[in-house]
Design a protein around this ligand. Structure first.
Ligand code: NAD
Length: 360
């Protein structure tokens, strides 16, 4: 098969890490008989430099016409890069919001997986880690309190602020379906996180999620209150497979889940909509402090490309091969500087990409 991938290197370390992910995709193509065609697009500071805006209509249209989008990162340093002299809606990061909105991506997926070789980076006790954890947070991305009406006003001389939290059945149903579909590709266990003892949005959430669950009798559903979930993540992270939750809870819990894996350079992410078209990017930013020095860890971006294989192209075997190659390279002791520890072999961004591609 031929797959058209829109590639957005972006700024900072973006071009370096994306180049390594492409290398790994090409290795997958060679081994499994696929071809990946790449269309490079500008976004963020790189687009501002050429077009004066962080994302042009043409770039967005090209992304929409692709089978999937692979993104590095965008952004620079406030006070150093002239991009930040522009109004907020024209700065590099505005490109991110514009592409997520333009592609109608309502589901955000962030896996938190602890590599045995990187246990030392995990802030949890050894007995809690046990034989490791492997979960994914499926977060609703375009509804809830972040998108409700808000206002700050003075009522009887007292300044008062209000943020509206709103969800429709349809918004809940489509994210729940994503959560259960993803669970089917994993260990078939969904924990739906809510605050149903207080919030009406959560009570509706639970009702709709329970309805969707009936269509997936092979997947187990459990409900968990968000405050309990925050505790359970550090008390017993091994119990989680898929965490399905609304926008704000997911924002907070996905950061907590990623923190317990220890290293920002290892964390992939995906954003999906109603179709197979998805946006795949590392969870970290453009790391301008190490850009152009061959120091960046490309693994988060390579694992994001593996998610693309799995969720946009349904190439599970190929995604498994990439994840296994990453594991093998770590087991052989290769480390970029951010995950380096005593006795291991330090390599740069390019060499890490070469090593993984060679093991696909
Ligand atoms: P950052 O994630 O870019 O960097 C934080 C720290 O982690 C830095 O010390 C950096 O060197 C290190 N780091 C990050 N990724 C790494 C990797 N792959 N390998 C090794 N080390 C890595 O966050 P920041 O410094 O807050 O932001 C820098 C710029 O990136 C800002 O302009 C910010 O707006 C932007 N940003 C973009 C995105 C995105 O494109 N999705 C996300 C977050 C931040």
């Amino acid at each position: 098969m031929n797959y058209n991938v829109a590639v957005i290197p972006g700024d900072g370390i973006g071009p370096e890490i994306v180049a390594e992910a492409r290398k790994v995709l090409d290795a997958v193509g060679e081994r499994f008989g696929h071809t990946f065609s790449y269309t490079e697009l500008l976004m963020g500071g790189a687009s501002i430099d050429v077009h004066g805006v962080p994302l042009t209509d043409e770039a967005l249209a090209a992304a929409k016409a692709s089978d999937a989008v692979l993104l590095g990162a965008v952004g620079g340093v406030v006070g150093k890069d002239s991009w930040y002299e522009l109004p907020p809606n024209l700065r590099p990061e505005a490109g991110l919001l514009a592409i997520r909105k333009g592609l109608e991506l309502f589901a955000n997926l962030r896996p938190a997986y602890l590599y045995d070789e990187l246990r030392a980076a995990c802030p949890l006790r050894d007995d809690i880690i046990g034989d490791g954890f492997d979960m994914i947070v499926v977060r609703e991305l375009t509804g809830g309190v972040y998108f409700g009406d808000r206002k700050t006003e003075e009522i009887d001389g007292v300044v008062t602020a209000v943020d509206e939290m709103k969800y429709s059945e349809e918004e809940i149903r489509r994210i729940a379906i994503k959560g259960f579909e993803i669970a089917r590709k994993r260990r078939k266990n969904v924990i739906s996180v809510d605050k149903a003892n207080v919030l009406d949005t959560s009570r509706l959430w639970n009702r709709v999620v329970a309805e969707v669950a009936k269509e997936y009798p092979d997947v187990t559903l459990t409900n968990m209150l968000v405050d309990n979930c925050a505790m359970q993540l550090v008390k017993n992270p091994r119990q989680f497979d898929v965490i399905l939750t609304e926008n704000m809870f997911g924002d907070i819990l996905s950061d907590e889940a990623s923190m317990i894996t220890g290293s920002i350079g290892m964390l992939s992410s995906a954003s999906l909509g109603a179709t197979k078209l998805g946006l795949y990017e590392p969870s970290h930013g453009a790391a301008p402090d190490i850009a152009g020095q061959d120091k960046a860890n490309p693994i988060a971006t390579i694992l994001s490309a593996a998610m693309m294989l799995r969720y946009s192209f349904d190439l599970d075997q190929e995604a498994d091969a990439v994840e296994a190659a990453v594991k093998q390279v770590l087991a052989e002791g290769y480390r970029t500087v951010d995950i380096m520890s005593e006795g291991q072999k330090q390599v740069g961004c390019k060499e890490m990409g070469d090593l993984i591609a060679a093991r696909v």
